[in-house]
Design a protein around this ligand. Structure first.
Ligand SMILES: Cc1cc2nc3c(=O)[nH]c(=O)nc-3n(C[C@H](O)[C@H](O)[C@H](O)COP(=O)(O)OP(=O)(O)OC[C@H]3O[C@@H](n4cnc5c(N)ncnc54)[C@H](O)[C@@H]3O)c2cc1C
Length: 402
């Protein structure tokens, strides 16, 4: 077993006589080649020692920790998607970011899967040259603007933001909701319906263009460092070259969402490792009735259940990584993984929160933060229900939604 997924707890390592095996009981990190295993171990160390403690305060205040971006870039997190690493490494790296902070992992995941990866896959050579170098080092940030105030789950059919060709320009008009990093991004990938042919197309829109405004959505339950925004596009004029040449229909957006759904599965797995780390540390350190909580059978069972859920999620995601490696991941598979891992994560979060008693409801102890963040990943990137319905359609041949 490798030490890479070991929980960070002085109370664990300092408690004599209590053996403390890795959280990675089934040895998923051991499936990586040695060089990637070492890279993952270094990433784990960095995230647990430098990032995990540094995000608690910004999370509580709903602030964006921009000062952490250079360190994240130094550790390759700005360019995971283009680094040439194996899919299993990329996935376990996303899980490690989520294990340190789920909120931050939303930033890193969307940045890699829906901005960097999308521009690389669907952009023109000029668009790639302009944006990729700055994105790879987090000198630039992007936002993925698909959801609208009146259209969430039914966005594919309902999207109402318009793009109208006017001479050499496009004019974009509409509103978007929930857009991650909306107030801090340099560029937004805006999905709009072409008024000429009715197709949904993707545009690279600089956020300082006249007519573009972003307003932060405040008081979110979770993912509090991710600056989600309401966007207004009031006749925003962009040049013809702003159109992503590979994104001239909704199939292009869907293609990207398939991989980003898989990424949320890794987020859910990592979040559950965080739940386990915090719950085990607490159970060993906290004493009631003269003994550590960990000595009680009704405490050991939920610990085993959380680890079982986390391990099941990792196993499912390792298989998804294999399918991605072979270029065979389809939407029902990604939807199954997203729905299942976030469902398990919700159970793990509830068990973990309960295990900390009163201390489970304050951010400082870590568990309340993960608990709240898991609620969000259950909803975004297609809600649990929508992903379940995608699987249901695939296995019955009958669509329960139009
Ligand atoms: C914190 C956060 C970050 C986000 N980040 C982004 C982002 O960066 N970019 C972006 O474009 N979007 C983003 N989203 C939007 C997200 O993808 C949507 O919230 C999600 O798709 C659900 O849409 P909705 O909120 O409008 O809910 P609705 O579609 O209104 O759904 C409400 C409820 O009804 C259920 N429901 C809907 N239709 C059916 C049906 N046919 N059968 C059964 N149940 C159904 C849903 O499952 C849900 O439980 C984010 C959302 C959040 C909360």
């Amino acid at each position: 077993m490798t030490p890479v997924l070991r929980g960070e707890s002085p109370s664990v390592t300092e408690t004599p006589g209590i053996p403390c095996p890795d959280a990675d009981l089934l040895g998923f990190a051991g499936l990586l080649p040695p060089a990637e295993r070492e890279r993952l171990a270094a990433l784990h160390e960095f995230l647990q020692t430098r990032i995990r403690p540094a995000v608690v305060e910004p999370w509580t205040r709903e602030e964006f920790p921009a000062h952490l971006l250079p360190a994240l870039a130094e550790h390759g997190l700005g360019e995971l998607e283009l680094s040439g690493a194996s899919r299993l490494f990329t996935g376990l790296a996303h899980a490690e970011v989520a294990r340190a902070d789920v909120s931050l992992s939303a930033l890193v995941g969307i940045h890699n899967e829906l901005i960097l990866g999308l521009i690389d896959a669907l952009g023109s050579p000029e668009q790639k040259q302009r944006w990729l170098p700055a994105l790879r080092t987090f000198r630039a940030l992007g936002a993925f603007a698909l959801t609208e105030p009146e259209h969430g789950s039914d966005i594919a059919g309902g999207l109402s933001t318009t793009a109208t060709r006017d001479g050499g320009d496009w004019v974009l008009t509409g509103t978007k909701r929930w857009i991650g990093a909306g107030t801090v991004a340099d560029v937004a990938i805006v999905w709009a319906r072409d008024t000429a042919d009715g197709q949904i197309k993707g545009f690279l829109v600089e956020t300082d263009r006249p007519g573009f405004t972003a307003t932060k959505i405040e008081h979110k339950l979770g993912l509090r460092i991710m600056q989600n925004a309401d966007l207004v596009l009031d006749a925003v004029r962009v040049p013809a070259e702003a159109l992503l040449p590979g994104a001239t229909g909704f199939a292009a957006a869907n293609e990207m969402l398939r991989n980003s759904r898989a990424w949320v599965g890794w987020q859910a797995a990592g979040a559950q490792l965080a739940v386990f780390d915090i719950a085990r540390d607490y159970a060993l350190a906290r004493r009631q009735f003269g003994r550590p909580l960990a000595a009680f059978q009704l405490v050991q069972e939920p610990l085993a259940r959380i680890l079982g859920n986390a391990s099941a999620s990792l196993g499912l995601m390792a298989r998804i990584a294999g399918l991605q490696e072979e270029g065979r991941l389809d939407m029902p598979q990604a939807a199954l993984a997203k729905a299942t891992t976030t469902r398990l994560a919700r159970e793990s979060a509830a068990l973990g929160r309960n295990l900390l008693g009163g201390n489970g409801v304050v951010a400082e102890h870590g568990m309340a933060k993960v608990f709240a963040d898991i609620e969000i990943i259950h909803t975004y990137e297609g809600t649990y229900e929508i992903n379940a319905l995608i699987v249901g359609r695939a296995v019955t041949g009958v669509s329960a939604f139009v």
